[in-house]
Design a protein around this ligand. Structure first.
Ligand code: SF4
Length: 546
């Protein structure tokens, strides 16, 4: 029998819930919350499973989002000797179900579990204790080293691959609750973990405040080129690395490759994650040379007191000013705000909310402060006996508090979260308009510059304007915020000078586009309402050969 491993995500289906109550938010609706038909359904695959499968020395199969029945069938037919399951804390119970079934029916199969869910083992809970006792291995870190050593131990097979592979499934972004696709993104991973050790951060505590680089700047660029060849129609890529700009030398290596390649002119734009502190080490021009089109920035709070008390050194710098500057270069922002810090009273939290709204991030997330086992904040809350007495891992979602808040009630904080979302939409409208506004101002600003790289970026923005314009124009039928309307009028006035014909076309076809958007919105809602299981992530099965 040839050695073979099954990699699996937790089984579905996920509970059918309204957006506000959904603790998992599998499709990242929080990034466009409140935007009606423009709420983006972003489907991300379980990338870590594919990454491991592609880099081990034996054959494997990856199963994503199977039902229990499909999972069982795969094991019955697959002759697996090892099964590896990736999970998050909230999905601990599902993994326990899977493991119990395997142990009962195939006791000889060895089980490995890994992923962010393993943070749950830093504490003792009924579900996780049971799970811990039933599995053979737990991978707390990056996973590949452990998988290689298990394979060596079991089959005496060495992994001689020196360079890592990454051929991950593109992220698919579609209309609300539908599979009607708007755009896709190539997915790459740069490295794991983060050195900043923010008190609340699960990623950083998972990797003991260390960063594990997986690819050099040049290797990452080569991976991007390979993926580009494989998916020639995709024009953007997302690089998973908690602080992509941290290692300046690596980034400069990437820039050197990128700016001297055909990608620079191809319109390929990157989405990266960066701390404000690292971001400030790069000029806007360098970001353009790097191909950056969007940056996820953890704002967390705008109050100096919170930043100091929580030791959020990553947030050093004038974040509001940076957002303005990035937008003026046509670079989109994904801002994240947390509500419920100990050093916040309701007034300070409201002030954070207002300032965040004014920053007008292109995409956003606003979440109640949430403590995760293994983090510094969890330990502090535990010591102060503030973890909720009825805490259960299986209900530990991102939409709610899981500890006794100090300064205001859970109800007040949740209320402020949704008021902030509401304010964001009133300020900037839906993402197609926000996107269009940045592109337009970025184009108008950069086309006047003498530097070739900036002028070139202006050309890219110009080529992207028509497609975004139509949706941005039609958004006016559905959104009525005073500031959004003001922004809409201002930017359309500028656009009409730039493209009068296109503007005229927009006025003619926008009623039809608006009607189509309404139909899609209606279809998505009806489909969700009448389907028994709601909107479930796609089932995926991939085979890999060593
Ligand atoms: S900078 Fe971001 S990833 Fe790093 S520790 Fe802080 S919150 Fe976590």
């Amino acid at each position: 029998m040839k050695p073979k491993i099954l990699f699996a995500s937790p089984i579905g289906p996920y509970t059918k819930l309204a957006l506000k109550e959904d603790p998992i938010d599998f499709f990242y609706y929080r990034n466009t919350f409140g935007q009606k038909m423009f709420q983006l359904r972003s489907f991300q695959s379980w990338h870590s499973l594919h990454f491991l499968a592609q880099n081990i020395a034996v054959d494997s199969v990856v199963l994503e989002n199977p039902t229990m029945k499909i999972f069982q069938k795969e094991i019955h037919n697959g002759e697996y000797e090892i099964i590896a399951i990736g999970f998050t804390i909230l999905l601990t119970k599902k993994v326990l179900e899977m493991v119990e079934w395997i142990k009962l029916n195939f006791p000889a199969i060895e089980i490995v579990i890994g992923g962010y869910g393993t943070a749950v083992f830093t504490e003792s809970f009924e579900t996780s204790d049971k799970l811990k006792n039933m599995v053979n291995y737990i991978s707390y870190g990056e996973g590949l080293e452990l998988m290689n050593s298990i394979i060596k131990h079991k089959w005496n097979i060495n992994n001689n691959n020196k360079v890592l592979r990454q051929d991950l499934l593109p992220a698919k972004n579609s209309f609300f609750r539908t599979h009607i696709e708007i755009f896709q993104q190539i997915v790459l991973v740069g490295g794991l973990g983060c050195v900043f050790g923010c008190s609340f951060c699960a990623t950083s505590s998972q990797f003991n405040k260390k960063y594990i680089p997986l690819f050099t700047g040049k290797q990452l660029f080569d991976s991007l080129c390979e993926q580009r060849k494989k998916h020639p129609t995709i024009k953007s890529a997302i690089i998973y690395d908690e602080d992509f700009l941290l290692n300046r030398r690596q980034v400069l290596e990437f820039i050197e490759c990128f700016k001297n390649s055909e990608l620079q002119n191809s319109g390929m734009l990157l989405t990266i994650f960066a701390s404000l502190k690292s971001l400030l080490n790069f000029s806007r021009e360098e970001l353009i040379d790097c191909g950056v089109g969007s940056i996820f920035i953890g704002v967390e709070s705008l109050s100096e007191e919170v930043l100091k008390r929580e030791g959020l050194t990553k947030r050093k710098g004038e974040v509001e000013d940076i957002f303005r500057q990035l937008h003026s270069y046509g670079i989109n922002t994904i801002g994240s705000l947390i509500i419920g810090w100990d050093s916040q009273n309701l007034m300070l939290a409201k002030s954070d909310s207002e300032r965040f709204i004014n920053m007008n991030p292109t995409f956003y997330q606003v979440v109640p402060l949430h403590i995760v086992p293994g983090t510094k904040l969890w330990d502090e809350m535990k010591l102060a006996e503030r973890v909720l007495p009825n805490y259960k891992v299986e209900f530990d979602g991102i939409t709610d508090f899981n500890f006794e808040a100090k300064s205001f009630s859970h109800h007040e904080a949740r209320d402020l979260v949704f008021k902030t979302y509401d304010g964001l939409v009133k300020e900037g409208g839906p993402w197609p308009f926000r996107f269009f506004e940045n592109l337009l101002y970025g184009y108008l600003n950069l086309k006047e510059k003498n530097e070739a790289n900036l002028f070139n970026r202006a050309k890219i923005y110009k080529s992207m304007l028509p497609a975004t314009f139509i949706l941005a124009f039609a958004s006016r039928y559905f959104f009525f915020g005073k500031n959004y309307r003001y922004r809409w009028n201002q930017s359309m006035r500028k656009f009409i000078k730039h493209s009068p014909m296109l503007f005229f076309l927009g006025t003619v076809i926008s009623p039809f586009v608006a009607f189509l958007l309404l139909v899609i919105w209606f279809y998505g809602n009806i489909k969700f309402l009448f389907s028994r299981k709601g909107d479930q992530p796609d089932f995926i099965r991939r085979e890999y050969f060593s």
